[in-house]
Write a protein that binds this ligand. Structure first.
Ligand code: AHR
Length: 704
């Protein structure tokens, strides 16, 4: 009664409304008065392998496709014959090292074991220009005032008319034409439009009259008025009759840090901008190869290009291995990142494996050699090789991953294999930590059980955004006494070839979970990193094998997906202490059930619509609060900074957002979704902040 006398009915209704609203308003409370764990200093890194033309036709600077003619055994892929007139008589042919009986003229053209296949241009009659053209990796990029380094081996030989030995049979194919004098003469080297009408840069080499294999180098410089294009080709041509054999034909544009045999500057800059802490290489499936004999052959990826035969690869095309072990290491060095080396552990994609024991020992020894190449001093055998290759200083290395995704090995041999590798590696290099590719939480039935528990395990997650939202808090529940977690491959797979905004919202939600738990999640890297986005042409297949990648490019241009910008945002705005946080009244949404879910009787699940994490720079007192709003509605959230001694009223806000979850960046619209920076005022210990629809936000709040 007394209560009713004190408040009139309308006033009561308003009070009740305010009270109810206050209770249901979503809130994030940062407990600054509670000690948070340290953020792993290595939390965000990169994962890389040769997939989607990541290196050949991607990061690796080489512009010539199939430079040693081994991409196909039947045709000189990427190469074509050009003839400007109709009266000339000429042709090209792939000449391969083969054990089969072949015409005499098609033997003995190997330069060495690696360069054992070449391209022959036969010019019987030259009424004009004839030659060989390379189409590059979906085009040769041309830019103004740019100097390209071209090089190639060339040979001109007289035909051999008679069998070398009396007992050898006569050739079954017609002999080569009798070419007058067999004089190779001068050749012209050019970068020109695909129709040959515009020459962007050219040079001439005066060959001797009759030459044996010889390497020629020249530079080609484009004019200042050239319009950038990728519709160009590389041509070596002549106006004279002769037999011309070519091998190791190379064309390099300027590279990042001017490294010889180096990387594409625009892509390197995008990676450097991500501030990665480590680079996991060389795979992925690329480490394993389809068969045991196809595993990443690190020894034949070293030294001059003349000694690199390339190998089969794991993604349907033959890598040149121009991006070899040393190039992976210097690439890490150029980014200020530490290498995280994965060693082949005796299991390949076909399911073949080598059991632990004496048969595995050569593989363990090979890994020890590889590690010595990376960190051995120059008094060691492999350390001295590294020095001879131009890098006397050992690289900093802390982690060795033993294999890749060995949960696929249904023979359960990984336990023994991992232990054999780890025992040998840690005996020789106690400072190194071996990572198991089977994680207890993901594969409890096949985890490593013998020997001691692995210190670090690698978990891989490829999911859609619903799965990411559903599992974003999975690490909140992980056993703190278990092994540390390396999330060595993960991605929200929506959008192709690069991901869309919805994928970025899945990524960001997942990253808040890793960040909040970076006391146990010590490292993570998104995969795949790169994709050449070119589609199939008349002469080249589609460039990519895996949808939903981070950074897209063609020969000329590149762009970051929304996921790329999320990666960059999370890596840039990261403190060194986790700020304990709690939430209230976060709205949820129902995850739609698939037909199969319904048939299986699975009940609808709810997932939060807001994801968050907070870290603090302990030195400056800056808080980085990350909030992901996954729905079409703006959400206003009360932020409580519990225990903050002081709060600066002004904060910087960086937002990634767009109107539709399917929105994305492309080659033609590379900047549709990029981070936008602004400031807000009026912050106090408790304040309200709106988060736009479909957005990822970082607030930088000063507390000192
Ligand atoms: O990232 C693409 C592939 O996914 C990797 O090569 C492999 O490790 C995983 O299955």
């Amino acid at each position: 009664m007394k209560f009713c006398k004190l408040f009139s009915l309308p006033a009561l209704a308003i009070l009740c409304y305010i009270n109810c609203w206050a209770q249901s308003v979503p809130a994030i409370t940062l407990h600054l008065d509670q000690a948070g764990a340290s953020v792993s200093p290595n939390l965000y890194g990169l994962m890389t392998e040769e997939i989607n033309h990541s290196y050949d036709g991607g990061l690796y600077g080489e512009l010539i496709r199939n430079r040693i003619f081994k991409d196909s055994k039947t045709a000189p892929e990427g190469w074509s014959f050009i003839q400007d007139d109709t009266a000339s008589k000429a042709s090209i042919k792939l000449i391969g090292a083969t054990e089969e009986r072949v015409p005499y003229d098609e033997r003995d053209h190997a330069i060495n074991g690696a360069l054992s296949t070449c391209l022959r241009l036969t010019v019987e009659k030259a009424a004009g220009r004839v030659g060989v053209a390379n189409e590059g990796y979906w085009g040769i990029p041309v830019r103004p005032s740019t100097t390209y380094k071209a090089s190639f081996y060339i040979k001109g030989t007289a035909r051999t008319e008679s069998p070398r030995w009396p007992w050898e049979p006569k050739p079954t194919t017609p002999p080569l034409p009798d070419i007058e004098n067999n004089t190779p003469g001068p050749v012209t080297v050019s970068i020109e439009s695909n129709d040959g009408k515009t020459v962007y840069a050219s040079g001439t080499i005066n060959l001797g009259k009759s030459i044996y294999w010889k390497k020629y180098d020249l530079t080609l410089t484009t004019g200042a008025d050239v319009q950038p294009t990728k519709d160009a080709r590389f041509v070596i041509s002549t106006n004279r009759t002769g037999l011309y054999y070519f091998n190791l034909v190379s064309l390099f544009p300027p590279t990042y840090n001017n490294r010889s045999n180096g990387n594409r500057p625009d892509l390197m800059q995008m990676l450097v901008d991500m501030k990665p802490k480590f680079l996991r290489f060389p795979g992925g499936n690329f480490l394993e190869g389809p068969l045991i004999t196809d595993a990443f052959p690190w020894k034949t990826t070293l030294g001059p290009l003349e000694s690199r035969p390339g190998h089969k690869g794991s993604w349907g095309y033959r890598p040149s291995d121009g991006m070899g072990l040393l190039e992976f290491l210097t690439w890490s060095e150029d980014m200020g990142a530490e290498p995280l080396l994965a060693v082949y552990a005796g299991y390949s994609l076909s399911g073949d494996h080598v059991d632990a024991g004496p048969l595995l020992k050569p593989y363990v020894d090979d890994a020890l050699d590889e590690i010595e190449y990376v960190i051995g001093d120059t008094s060691t055998y492999w350390g001295s090789k590294r020095a001879a290759d131009g890098h006397p200083r050992p690289f900093a290395l802390r982690y060795i991953e033993v294999g890749n995704e060995d949960w696929f090995d249904r023979s359960n041999s990984y336990d023994g294999r991992f232990n054999q590798f780890r025992t040998a590696i840690e005996a020789k290099y106690p400072q190194l930590t071996c990572i198991s590719t089977i994680a207890d939480a993901q594969y409890p039935a096949i985890k490593v059980t013998s020997g001691k528990e692995p210190a670090v395990v690698d978990e891989h997650y490829y999911r859609n955004s619903w799965d990411m939202w559903e599992h974003a808090s999975q690490y909140d529940k992980y056993d703190r006494k278990g092994p540390k977690i390396f999330v060595g491959e993960w991605a929200t797979r929506e959008g192709a070839p690069t991901t869309n905004l919805n994928a970025a919202l899945g990524d960001a939600a997942w990253m808040t979970g890793m960040e909040r738990n970076s006391d146990i999640v010590i490292m993570s890297c998104y995969a795949p990193l790169f994709v050449n986005v070119d589609t199939a042409t008349a002469t080249a297949p589609k460039a990519w094998q895996w949808d939903s990648d981070l950074i897209g490019y063609n020969a000329l241009n590149s762009y970051g997906s929304p996921s790329y910008y999320v990666q960059k945002l999370f890596s840039h705005y990261l403190g060194d202490k986790i700020v304990p946080a709690t939430v209230e009244n976060i709205s949820v949404q129902n995850r739609p059930l698939s037909k199969k879910d319904s048939a299986d009787g699975i009940k609808p699940k709810t997932v939060p619509t807001i994801f968050y994490s907070a870290t603090m720079n302990d030195t400056t007192g800056t808080i980085y609060l990350k909030v992901v709003n996954t729905i079409a509605k703006k959400q206003t959230i009360k932020i409580n900074l519990d225990g903050a001694a002081k709060v600066s009223p002004r904060a910087t806000i960086v937002v990634i957002k767009s109107d539709k979850p399917t929105d994305t960046n492309t080659i033609s619209e590379p900047q549709k979704i990029v981070p936008l920076t602004s400031t807000v005022n009026g912050l106090r210990k408790t304040f309200r902040q709106s988060f736009p629809p479909y957005s990822v936000t970082v607030m930088q709040i000063q507390t000192r």
